[in-house]
Design a protein around this ligand. Structure first.
Ligand code: UT7
Length: 323
């Protein structure tokens, strides 16, 4: 028998304000055509002034708990992936713990930018398979609209806000690739690429700062690194590309998503794509895609999924799981 971290529930939250590409045309030197053709993005959601990463994370968490048929105090832990926590500290995860009314267990944030949800899944999986927790809420939540330089056309049109959450539960498996749950994880980072994608603020500067990105340089790293980490994770899980039901990639750019799928030999009709409606929501993009993919009827019980992401750091990785 092998302990597996199995998905018991999923949910998401998107702010009500939807911003179409055309809104940017009136403010900066850009066009709907440029944004669509270069990134695949058509619209994104932006948080209202009152909404924060923790408030959106709490809404997604409530939806996932409802889907799982569980109460907050049924959880042992919360692992929240974000780079836009409400405050420097305490963690957004402990704020969610309080907002949910969860009075037991432990909660912490994981910060690996757009790869954050992959890192969070790997951490939660390790806690479950080592017997330290039985039920973990894993959340990805971001308010990147609050770190946008609205005068920078090369970044401000790309990002959006939102949150997604999974409830993972320890269940016994057979130790084969037919088990439900997380089958393998693969993580990487390379700090030499710091300047490709960073926020020019933080405690050392006295201001929270704005996102800066050399998009075309990140793009160059993305396809090769994502395909490579996905292959490593699939090898580790003992599965092949033709067995994969769905790739659920980080939603940064449709061209990166297509390039990675091609390198993995998986056709686009087996890729969950939400980038057109959400933009790049960083650590929230994969759990949002999982939740929307499930709601659309794409992802079904027993399906084999490969998730992969890359972002600032650079940090990247992949998780193979059976839904
Ligand atoms: O999620 C974390 C990881 N991040 C990513 O994965 C993002 C990766 N990168 C990308 O998605 C793409 O590189 C972008 C969508 C950011 C840009 O696409 P690109 O094909 O790499 O374009 P580029 O940066 O090479 O820029 C091409 C041109 C430039 O003009 P010149 O120098 O060729 O005259 C830019 O100034 O497009 C110009 N440009 C724009 N034009 C209209 C940049 N932003 C805009 C804009 N509207 N919003």
């Amino acid at each position: 028998m092998t302990l597996r971290a199995v998905v018991r529930g999923v949910g998401h939250y998107l702010p009500t304000r939807v911003v179409e590409n055309s809104e940017f045309e009136a403010k900066i030197d850009t066009t709907d055509e440029w944004i669509r053709s270069r990134s695949g993005i058509e619209r994104r959601h932006f948080a209202s002034g009152l909404e924060t990463t923790s408030s959106m994370a709490t809404s997604a968490a409530r939806a996932a708990l409802k889907d799982a048929g569980l109460e907050p105090n049924d959880l042992d832990a919360i692992v929240l992936a974000t780079s836009t926590a409400d405050l420097t500290f305490p963690s957004a995860a402990t704020m969610v713990q309080h907002q949910l009314g969860m009075t037991r267990g432990f909660a912490f944030d994981v910060q690996a930018v757009c790869a954050g949800f992959i890192y969070a899944l790997a951490n939660a999986n390790a806690l479950i398979v080592s017997g330290q927790a039985k039920r973990i809420l894993v959340i990805g939540a971001e308010t990147f609209s609050k770190i946008m330089d609205w005068t920078d056309r090369s970044t401000s049109v790309l990002f959006g806000d939102g949150a997604g959450a999974l409830v993972l539960e320890a269940q016994e498996g057979e130790g084969t690739a037919q088990d439900r749950g997380i089958l393998s994880t693969d993580l990487h980072s390379d700090g030499r690429h710091r300047d490709l994608l960073y926020v020019d603020g933080g405690v050392s500067t006295g201001a929270s700062g704005y996102l800066r990105m050399q998009g075309n340089q990140v793009f160059r790293h993305a396809v090769a690194k994502l395909a490579s980490t996905a292959h490593t994770a699939m090898d580790r899980a003992g599965v092949t590309a033709d067995e994969v039901d769905w790739i659920v990639p980080h939603q940064a750019n449709i061209r990166i998503i297509q390039g990675t799928a091609k390198k993995m030999n998986v056709p686009m009709d087996r890729v969950v794509v939400t980038v057109q409606d959400h933009g790049n929501t960083s650590a929230a993009s994969i759990p949002l895609a999982l939740s929307v993919g499930r709601d659309r009827g794409q992802i079904k019980l027993g399906d084999l999924l490969v998730t992969e992401a890359i972002g600032g750091g650079l940090a990247w990785g992949a998780v193979v799981l059976r839904w």
